[in-house]
Ligand binder design. Structure first.
Ligand code: ZN
Length: 159
């Protein structure tokens, strides 16, 4: 009776065979094959999606889905709160006659007019020169009137 040498079998038990390449990569044989396997590289179908670039901006509204994004509707409304009455005629809405009008300006002497007069007097501009600010419209307050009903729509004060 020939008996196998026990040393050789014990050697294999102590050193199991090394895992194969696929086992080392951790691939499970139950997994479906990869769609972009290297074998498909030579086929006509590109391994990457045909839409190479993802849209950086939202798609235009004509791509099927109804537009649900908040679109600010443009309305031709002459907003009154943002209206600033300055030294030039402006377009305003008169609440009295309910019309959009271009304001008519009226210059009245205000604080800046009197301060300019006092300043000229202090610096020696007497004998009527101190009255020059009362003739300069850019130193006066501006009152905006409605050209139709002459109602006051706004006042622009220099100081
Ligand atoms: Zn009016």
């Amino acid at each position: 009776m020939a008996s196998a040498p026990p040393q050789e079998t014990s050697t294999f038990v102590g050193h199991p065979p090394l895992p194969s390449y696929e086992e080392a990569l951790g691939s499970n044989p139950q997994d479906p094959p990869m769609p972009y396997a290297p074998a498909d590289m030579k086929t006509s179908v590109p391994p990457y999606p045909t839409q190479a670039y993802s849209p950086m901006y939202p798609p235009p509204p004509h791509q099927g889905q109804p537009v649900t994004s908040p679109v600010v509707s443009v309305q031709t409304v002459y907003v009154q709160p943002g209206l600033v009455f300055g030294s030039v005629p402006v377009q305003a809405h008169c609440p009295v006659c309910a019309r959009n009008v271009i304001t008519r300006l009226e210059y009245t002497s205000g604080a800046l007019t009197w301060l300019s007069c006092a300043g000229l007097t202090i610096f020696g501009c007497i004998y009527g020169c101190c009255l020059i600010p009362f003739c300069v419209d850019s130193l006066k307050d501006v009152t905006h009137h409605c050209p139709n009903c002459s109602s006051v729509l706004g006042v622009h004060r220099r100081m």
